[in-house]
Design a protein around this ligand. Structure first.
Ligand SMILES: Cc1cc2nc3c(=O)[nH]c(=O)nc-3n(C[C@H](O)[C@H](O)[C@H](O)COP(=O)(O)O)c2cc1C
Length: 394
């Protein structure tokens, strides 16, 4: 552990995560698919967009707050659901506490390692995320459980096609962790004793089960058991999306949209929000960066539903750019996972402070008093940057 656990950028949090986590856990967070073109473009595209600051007439007071699906947030960043286990013993509960301390909404994956009841208790502003997995009765039971726990919205993530294979190699993740597996994993884990020690101190070893998918009276499936159920479930139609939205009945976000025609169908299915997302570059490689396809989607449906974006956000300036191009808020994935790995709950708070500080600087430098005033006029947009998928030529 460095003498000063505070870090100044998300890049530094990632460096510390790499040092502290066993290679296979770090590799599972890096993720990405095939060549990694999409995961790279998600970040590169933010770097290619410029800012056009003003020099005087700045505002001493700046309002960064907004709402997402009717829930207040102190600034427009939402914790994106990640089904990641074994990063830290407090897992999603630590993330939820950090988010609550910073006035931020928590997105909880159904594949997470902590039960929705514990997470919603740590952060009352929790949105629960589901895939289209299992039969309808199981989906209803999972939604009812999340609703009873106090989840304020449902996120349905549909952009997954089980593509796998990474040119840089995928980590070998065990089916479940028992003593035999620990012995087998020892050579990979022992070079990172701090990580193991954090778990052993709590009297637990990393838990690779998905408690939010536990059937009533049954046991929680393993991560891979849950993945198997999902793979075997026939993919949803737009009528299924409508059914899910009706069964939930409350605020409903569809995550994974990249095409204008899909965005329009999502509106027809009655969603209240959508996230322009390519699953952080983990789905079909060579899908363009989300920030490139955001403007066309925001223009097409932004007056009917809330449009969010996720993918590649590592700085407050990235948040400002997404808002300037039509997003109401962004979701972040790896950024907070690096913080969690680097310094637990305080590391997630550190990451949220970095994003908030960077956004505030951008709003100040661009001469605005509120995040709602950001517009394309604040940006330098390279020729050919914007792409319209499924909505005519661009
Ligand atoms: C390790 C990992 C696990 C993820 N698990 C889920 C998940 O369970 N459910 C989900 O909707 N998205 C999941 N995602 C996608 C994120 O919610 C989000 O879309 C993505 O991380 C955004 O990109 P970023 O990491 O560049 O911020 C996962 C992403 C990563 C990196």
């Amino acid at each position: 552990m460095p003498r000063n656990p505070w870090f100044e950028t998300v890049a530094e949090a990632q460096r510390r995560a790499k040092k502290r986590l066993p290679g296979m856990v770090y590799g599972a967070l890096v993720a990405g698919s095939e060549r990694g073109r999409t995961i790279d473009d998600n970040m590169q595209a933010f770097a290619d967009l410029g800012l056009a600051p003003r020099v005087a007439g700045h505002h001493a007071q700046r309002d960064l707050s907004t709402t997402v699906l009717g829930v207040e947030t102190s600034f427009p960043v939402v914790i994106s659901p990640t089904g990641v286990q074994a990063v830290h013993p407090d897992g999603e509960v630590a993330v939820a506490r950090a988010a609550a301390n910073r006035g931020v909404i928590m997105g909880l994956s159904s594949f997470a390692s902590k039960p929705v009841e514990e997470v919603a208790e740590a952060n009352p502003n929790t949105f629960f995320q589901m895939y289209w997995s299992g039969d309808r009765d199981a989906m209803i039971q999972r939604m009812e459980r999340a609703r009873k726990a106090g989840a304020k919205a449902l996120i349905a993530t549909l952009d997954w096609s089980f593509s796998n294979g990474r040119d840089w190699g995928s980590p070998a993740i065990p089916e479940r962790i028992d003593l035999k597996t620990m012995v087998r994993m020892a050579p990979k884990v022992l070079p990172r004793p701090g990580w193991l020690w954090r778990f052993l101190k709590t009297g637990r070893i990393p838990d690779l089960t998905a408690p939010n998918l536990q059937p009533p009276g049954g046991t929680a499936p393993t991560f891979f058991g849950a993945y198997g159920e999902w793979m075997q479930t026939p993919p949803p139609t737009w009528d299924d999306v409508k059914w899910l939205r009706e069964e939930w009945g409350g605020p409903f976000m569809l995550k994974g949209v990249t095409r204008v025609d899909d965005a329009r169908k999502a509106v027809d299915a009655g969603v209240s929000a959508l996230s322009v997302s390519n699953h952080g570059g983990n789905n079909l490689d060579t899908t363009p960066a989300t920030i490139r396809v955001l403007p066309a989607i925001a223009e097409a449906v932004g007056d009917q539903v809330e449009v969010l974006l996720d993918g590649g956000v590592r700085r407050g300036g990235d948040v400002a750019k997404a808002l300037a191009l039509g997003a109401r808020a962004v979701l972040v994935g790896r950024a907070y996972l690096w913080g969690l790995a680097a310094n637990g709950q305080a590391g997630v708070e550190n990451v949220l402070d970095i994003l908030r500080g960077g956004l505030d600087s951008a709003v100040l430098g661009l001469g605005h008093s509120s995040v709602h005033d950001l517009s394309p006029d604040d940006l330098v947009i390279p020729p050919g940057f914007r792409l319209t998928l499924g909505g005519g030529a661009d």
